[in-house]
Write a protein that binds this ligand. Structure first.
Ligand SMILES: Nc1ncnc2c1ncn2[C@@H]1O[C@H](COP(=O)(O)OP(=O)(O)OP(=O)(O)O)[C@@H](O)[C@H]1O
Ligand SMILES: [Mg+2]
Length: 323
């Protein structure tokens, strides 16, 4: 496990002084004028934000600031009222969630979406993209299908071993602890070999015994070249692993910069962090229950995705470059 106390922090990420919307030297994601209204309330109103590539960015802010809604918009799980965003040179506004993940941008959920009545390994396999067996004609070619099945299972088992869940591969996901479900969700997100991993409160509901290994796993993502954007209320975790911090309040980006500068800024502390300031690991973790997804919504979503794809003239891989 990496030494999280001495994790090398990135510098020189931005062009000019840190301020809301500041340009980055090498952004992986650039969003403009993204708004989302619910009834009369504006949940997200982001004029401009850039996410730096290859480092860990924390998105923080009080409850109801719009962090999860912003994640939902960027990853195609919700539609904005206005706005656009460019991921790795490609405009993603209007692109559905399954395509976004195939383009290398994946997210996990604040309330985990492990499917209780499937095994841990089956949950992992749902994270794989482009399964030949999902397409009617290809499914007829059994040999091809079997080969891909084997590759997917191998990749799943490798990832499960990395997250110390391999001994649980055949257990129902329902039997996992809240923290183990968080790990499973992160492992599943990695099945697609993503470039940008978005984690919505990875520490919430995680037993303190697992938090250190979770921090290690997030640092591992960075060390293997991935970009991480995570939402977190645990300020100790943010300070420990984030290279850059973006503060959101009432839908807007109100501050951004390097962790120490942002989190020691009295205006940010008073106005936006309030009671969360300097709350240590373990104090806030566990504040949110882990949702048990028994409504099969994820299965339905995946079924819809497969149907949409089949209707889509059997197109092959949308991903640019190498996976
Ligand atoms: N589907 C929805 N319908 C109506 N209002 C919504 C919906 N989703 C979110 N909201 C509202 O939008 C605002 C932003 O919510 P959001 O969940 O994005 O906040 P958050 O920053 O993720 O908060 P938390 O830290 O508590 O997770 C809140 O006022 C919330 O009640
Ligand atoms: Mg949220």
């Amino acid at each position: 496990m990496p030494d999280t106390t001495n994790a090398a922090k990135a510098t020189g990420l931005q062009i000019g002084d840190p301020a809301p919307g500041v340009k980055k030297v090498d952004p992986i994601l650039v969003a403009d004028n993204v708004t989302r209204n619910f009834g009369g309330m504006t949940a997200v109103d982001v004029a401009h934000v850039e996410i730096p590539r290859g480092v860990i960015t924390a998105l923080i802010g009080p409850n109801g600031a719009g962090k999860t809604t912003f994640f939902n918009l960027l990853t195609g799980f919700d539609k904005p009222n206005t706005g656009q965003w460019i991921y790795d040179g490609r405009n993603l506004a209007g692109v559905p969630a399954y395509k976004v993940s195939r383009l290398g941008m994946v997210r996990t959920f604040q309330l985990t979406k492990a499917l209780s009545m499937l095994s841990v390994l089956e949950n992992m396999r749902l994270g794989a993209t482009k399964q030949t067996g999902e397409r009617f004609f290809s499914a007829l070619i059994t040999a091809l299908w079997r080969k891909q099945e084997k590759e997917i299972t191998e990749r799943a088992m490798e990832l499960l071993a990395r997250f110390k869940l391999d001994t649980k591969a055949d257990d129902y996901a329902a039997s996992l602890s809240g923290g183990q479900r968080k790990l499973l969700e992160m492992a599943r997100a990695l099945m697609t070999s993503p470039q940008l991993v978005m984690l919505d409160e990875p520490m919430a509901g995680v037993n303190p015994a697992l938090t250190q290994s979770l921090l290690g796993h997030i640092l591992d993502l960075k060390s293997t070249g991935m970009t991480v954007l995570f939402v977190e209320h645990d300020m100790h975790m943010v300070r420990t692993i984030a290279d850059w911090v973006i503060v959101m309040a009432e839908g807007k980006i109100v501050a951004e910069g390097y962790p120490d500068a942002v989190m020691d800024d009295p205006a940010v502390i008073d106005a936006y962090l309030g009671a969360h300031h300097d709350t240590d690991l373990g104090t806030l973790t566990g504040q949110l229950e882990v949702a048990i997804d028994d409504d099969d919504s994820l299965v339905q979503q995946i079924t819809d995705e497969i149907a949409a794809e089949s209707a889509n003239t059997g197109s092959t891989d949308d991903r640019k470059g190498t996976a």
